[in-house]
Design a protein around this ligand. Sequence first.
Ligand code: SAH
Length: 218
Amino acid sequence: MSDMPPAGSNEERMQFLLDLRRRGIGSAAVLRAMDEAPREYFVPLDAVESAYADRALPIACGQTISQPYLVAYMTEQLALQPRHRVLEIGTGSGYQAAVLSRLAREVVSVERFSQLAEAARVRLETLGFDNVEIIVGDGLSGHAEGAPYDRIIVTAAAEEIPEALVEQLAEGGVMLLPLGPHGGTQRLVRLNKSQTELAREDLIAVRFVPLLTGKAKG
Ligand code: SAH
């Protein structure tokens, strides 16, 4: 391991971006956003060495920070425009929110663990991601105060499409969510909402921690 560069070195970050490109992330804007979100600040201290490895890592409260490839892929699938307002369900570390915030006007992110929400809020503020608002609550009911949203991204696995989120999605809006059984393999699903219908497209197979009901205790 001695020839491994320290986490976040130029070499390591360059390799990280090259790997994302090689795996099919073609949007220069998404790659730039990934470059501008320093993942080493979003992982636990004892995992800093692995910050640029392409895998999910455990964070507090038994949750995970998603795999970078998936963060980039989901961001790309959202086709964000600078005027967009985005709702994220499942703040976790705040990493996905940071990436989104570089491409959209505003990100509202809902987390059911107040401990994670508070840590993410401080982290994002310290790093200067100032167009992200973190809300503690049950993301299954979304955040009606800020609706409608141009884009909605769910980063925990739902067993059914949450009705409240569909309602809070703008006409012409896109919603992305992992859909399938908890603890199993889910399918990433993209929903396009028009005046008349909700068109569904199934994308890649994924594994996310479950989307749970209610605010977490403690
Ligand atoms: N996007 C995160 C990874 C999220 S892991 C990141 O970039 O780090 C999934 C997160 O969803 C966990 O933090 C979990 O607590 C949260 N979660 C699960 N069910 C939820 C719900 N109903 N409302 C809000 N957050 C929820």
